[in-house]
Design a protein around this ligand. Structure first.
Ligand SMILES: Nc1ncnc2c1ncn2[C@@H]1O[C@H](COP(=O)(O)OP(=O)(O)OP(=O)(O)O)[C@@H](O)[C@H]1O
Ligand SMILES: [Mg+2]
Length: 60
């Protein structure tokens, strides 16, 4: 079972910024939780490191 999600400073910042910004990039060292932090807020997800999903976006 996955460990519980720990709320971090970035979550508070995202609560404030997401209603205002059309896009937000999360940048940080490997494995710090960028994908997990973003994914739990997303209603739809495209993983652009997967070639077939990137191709869908490029075709649009
Ligand atoms: N806020 C959090 N609380 C607890 N665990 C977390 C949290 N954020 C991420 N994790 C866990 O940490 C691990 C790495 O998270 P994640 O894959 O989101 O990192 P990442 O920054 O996207 O990594 P990469 O640089 O490899 O893309 C995962 O096991 C995830 O479940
Ligand atoms: Mg990631």
């Amino acid at each position: 079972m996955a460990p519980p999600y720990l709320t971090r400073t970035i979550d508070r910042e995202l609560d404030e910024l997401m209603p205002l910004a059309p896009a937000i990039a999360l940048d940080g060292p490997k494995g710090v939780g960028k994908t997990g932090t973003a994914r739990r807020r997303a209603t739809q997800t495209w993983l652009l490191d997967l070639a077939e999903q990137r191709a869908l976006l490029e075709a649009d």
